[in-house]
Ligand binder design. Structure first.
Ligand code: G3P
Ligand code: CA
Length: 284
């Protein structure tokens, strides 16, 4: 079946376009996803949140300031209010070398619009972002995935840092392939805030076989950072150990070709990148 094929493909190397080709065009916009799709990536990555009126929208931050001309918390606004914002112009100042007047006035994208645009011609790697701030996100997401037949067609992975969110998704649809996101932080630096970020999931360095097995009960893989405070924190042994427990290992967010090559050589099953063009060049 297509779903079996997708799970088999996860053993191979996957190029994951982080918020689209977000190094080249404003993140999470159609322009960024179109570029990545055109280049032939394996997955379009996106962060899903809910508008005040329950629409699933694609947006990374919990607040609007960085990547739009709005202000405040995204979930306080209805879709109509969010649609009035410009989510493209900020990119010109942040990335003058890639500035393009076409980006000005770009509207926020809904998940339905992304699916309507690309349909079954791509795969999607969807994060339930800040589930505590977006109650009902899992139900709304699964409802849309089922309506578009994305799960049985092997078109979607769902990722989260929040284990409870993943377990909720699994209860809603047991066939949905899941990825547990991890944030590595060395134990000696486990401030309360870092522990909170991890949502009680141990960081890679502290993970043992039993932890990997517990994740493998509900997930097909893990997504982890590679660098912590300038130090490389993922090694070949860690990757092998996860794989030996049946988990694919994806690493975020890798933009420099040297680092891409290093992680590919270590045996990672895929990388999240803002520059999928660079990664595709290395893969070919
Ligand atoms: O989803 C993998 C990676 O994107 C997690 O970090 O903050 O970019 O969503 P973030
Ligand atoms: Ca993400």
């Amino acid at each position: 079946t297509p779903l079996t094929q997708q799970l088999n493909d996860l053993k191979n190397f996957q190029v994951i376009a982080h918020r689209g080709a977000s190094g080249h065009a404003p993140e999470s916009t159609l322009a960024a996803y179109e570029l990545a799709h055109e280049w032939g990536v394996d997955y379009l990555e996106l962060d899903a949140q809910l508008s005040a009126d329950g629409e699933v929208v694609i947006f990374h931050d919990g607040t609007l300031e960085r990547t739009s001309d709005g202000e405040g918390h995204i979930h306080d606004y209805t879709l109509a209010e969010l649609k009035a914002l410009d989510t493209g112009s900020w990119f010109h100042e942040a990335n003058p070398e890639y500035a393009d007047t076409d980006f000005s006035g770009t509207q926020i994208l809904t998940l339905n619009e992304l699916f309507d645009h690309f349909g079954q011609t791509t795969r999607y790697y969807i994060e339930t972002k800040s589930p505590d701030l977006n109650p009902g996100l899992e139900e709304a997401l699964v409802e849309r995935l089922e309506a578009y037949d994305m799960i049985n067609e092997g078109r979607v992975l769902v990722q989260s840092f929040d284990q409870q969110s993943l377990l909720k998704l699994q209860a809603l649809n047991p066939n949905l392939p899941l990825i547990q996101l991890l944030w590595y932080s060395p134990s000696e630096q486990n401030s309360e805030q870092l522990v909170e970020w991890q949502n009680t999931t141990p960081g890679p360095s502290e993970i043992n076989d039993a932890d990997f097995q517990a994740i493998a009960e509900y997930a097909a893989g893990i997504g982890t950072n590679a660098i912590y405070q300038g130090n490389e924190v993922i090694d070949a042994a860690f990757i092998r150990q996860a794989q030996a427990n049946g988990l694919s290992v994806h690493v975020y967010t890798i933009n420099e070709p040297d680092e891409m090559q290093r992680l590919m050589a270590l045996g990672a099953n895929g990388l999240f990148t803002d520059y999928p063009d660079r990664l595709l060049e290395l893969v070919e």
